[in-house]
Design a binder for this molecule. Structure first.
Ligand code: IPE
Ligand code: IPE
Ligand code: MG
Length: 250
């Protein structure tokens, strides 16, 4: 295992391995176009990269990996492309149902599942049930599907205001911890590290609340080309950061 993963350095936990890594899996289309292939071939290759990187994260001891798979804005794409992405998700979920228990991988979804096909929703429900039976310390992958940071915040606000209107909650009860408990990421620590491949320098509506103090790592590698060495570089870069959280260095 690479030197960068040793947690016993003087700086201790803060400089150690991130407990939660989040990745914007971007660049599939450009990867395919560069090869003269249809964009869907890029999504297929990108799905394999997800499998590989999730396994690597689990093996090196990262506890949570959150990946952006399909945004609330990605419905703007052609029906063919959207259909291909949903088809890949189905394939991987069917596989996950068979293997996650044995591999000790918990799987969870972030996003508004209401416009997702009943078939995929049923599979997601099944993976949730399996995850609930696995120990909480097991590696957990969160797949963001029909996810938007703004949509997540709006859904939280709607739920909280409905509870206020019903007399179950009071506006003055709301603090950061309570608000977080209405988000898709409830119970999960904020990501220490957010990675975006493909050379784009933006968040594209990803984890807007949770990224308040995340460290960012951008790379030109397209997601299907992203590999273990690239993740090592991202973690090594994170470990060199000075995280002050608004304070002053002692
Ligand atoms: C990311 O790759 C996957 C999704 C957004 C679903 P893209 O499909 O955005 O690939 P590029 O950015 O066009 O290369
Ligand atoms: C962000 O990538 C969404 C996912 C990776 C799922 P996009 O390709 O949709 O983002 P933009 O359009 O470049 O901002
Ligand atoms: Mg893109």
């Amino acid at each position: 295992m690479a030197e960068v993963f040793k947690m016993s350095d003087k700086a201790g936990q803060a400089k150690g391995l991130p407990r939660h890594i989040a990745i914007i899996m971007d660049g599939n289309g450009r990867w395919a176009t560069k090869r003269g292939l249809p964009r869907t071939a890029g999504h297929k290759a990108g799905a394999e990269t997800f499998r590989r990187i999730a396994t690597y994260c689990k093996n090196i001891g990262v506890q949570y990996l959150t990946v952006y798979a399909f945004s609330t804005e990605n419905w703007k794409r052609s029906a063919d492309e959207v259909g291909a992405i949903m088809g890949l998700l189905k394939k991987y979920l069917l596989e996950a149902v068979d293997t996650m228990e044995k591999d000790h991988i918990r799987l969870h979804f972030f996003g508004d599942m209401t416009p997702i096909s009943p078939e995929l929703r049923a599979l997601a429900h099944e993976t949730d049930e399996i995850s609930a039976h696995l120990p909480e310390g097991d590696f957990q992958a969160n797949v963001c599907l029909n996810y938007g940071g703004r949509d997540e915040i709006l859904r939280a606000v709607r739920e909280f205001s409905a509870q206020c209107a019903a007399g179950e909650k009071r506006p003055e009860d709301l603090d950061e911890a309570l608000f977080s408990s209405y988000l898709d990421s409830r119970g999960i620590p904020d990501p220490e590290l957010i990675i975006r491949p493909s050379g784009e320098l933006r968040l594209s509506n990803f984890l807007l609340w949770q990224c308040a103090y995340s460290e960012f790592y951008f790379t030109d590698a397209l997601w299907p080309d992203f590999d273990e060495a690239e993740l090592d570089r991202a973690i090594a870069s994170y470990q060199k950061r000075d995280r002050r959280f608004g304070g002053v260095k002692k």
